[in-house]
Design a protein around this ligand. Structure first.
Ligand SMILES: Nc1ncnc2c1ncn2[C@@H]1O[C@H](COP(=O)(O)OP(=O)(O)OP(=O)(O)O)[C@@H](O)[C@H]1O
Length: 227
């Protein structure tokens, strides 16, 4: 039984290494997320939070160090394996929803499930269940353009969790919303995360939202510290 959903050990990353334009972004980052734990990642702009989230989600590789997801070290794994683990174990949410405009809310949540081999009827049921949890069950057949910004973002959360990942990585998930909407949408995200029992690393500049998570860490000068 492994109780760690995500573990980064000694992760370093430098862009343009060896050139005068070198940027040393991560200088030995260690972090682990227990199963079910929700952690706020707070960082000044440009400190490297996107880099850290991309490495944690297997979209990028560290120069050094290891990345383990659900108990498996994937640092040197072949691209195909990393892609499959990313699809099955990692959910991403960004500041902008990136929903497919020609598909309904429900279809946007169904598509990644079909790509993972889930039967259509099961995928539809899962999509409806998730939309209910975030409070927009009645909007299932709306296309993104017919949804408010907060509703679009809730659909994006559902899509990220549709395949029952073990880790959610979110980069300013409510950063594009006004403060009142941001609060409600954040509640919806918390409800989803608690309901599904997954672990989440959520980058935010909003200290009120950070205060509602289980733990806070700060990325600065390439290092993580507890907040
Ligand atoms: N592909 C790249 N090549 C060179 N430098 C890069 C590259 N990507 C990012 N950087 C630099 O690395 C640093 C960290 O970038 P990153 O996007 O991870 O920061 P961030 O904390 O997410 O920033 P923000 O909060 O402003 O979105 C920045 O100084 C950026 O300019």
């Amino acid at each position: 039984m492994n109780d760690v959903a995500l573990r980064l050990t000694g992760v370093t990353k430098t862009y343009n290494a060896g050139s005068p334009a070198a940027v040393e972004v991560l200088r030995g980052v260690d972090v682990s997320l227990a199963k079910g734990e929700i952690v706020a990642l707070v960082a000044p702009s440009g400190a490297g939070k996107s880099t850290l989230l991309h490495i944690a989600g297997l979209l990028d590789t560290p120069d050094d160090g290891t990345v383990e997801i659900a108990g498996t070290d994937l640092t040197g794994a072949p691209d195909r394996r990393r892609t499959l683990v990313r699809r099955d174990e990692v959910g991403f949410v960004y500041q902008f929803h990136h929903l497919l405009p020609e598909f309904s809310a429900q279809e946007n949540i169904v598509l990644p499930q079909l790509a993972a081999g889930i039967a259509r009827s099961d995928a539809d049921a899962r999509a409806r269940e998730l939309l209910e949890i975030v409070g927009i069950g009645t909007r299932a057949h709306h296309r993104p353009a017919a949804l408010s910004g907060g509703e679009q973002q809730r659909v994006a959360f559902c899509r990220a969790l549709a395949n029952r990942p073990s880790v959610l990585l979110a980069d300013e998930p409510t950063g594009n919303l006004d403060p009142a909407t941001s609060d409600t949408v954040f509640d919806a995200l918390m409800a989803l995360v608690r309901e599904t029992g997954l672990s989440a690393l959520i980058a935010t500049h909003n200290m009120d939202l950070a205060a509602r998570m289980d733990r806070r860490i700060r990325l600065d000068q390439g290092k993580l510290t507890a907040l």
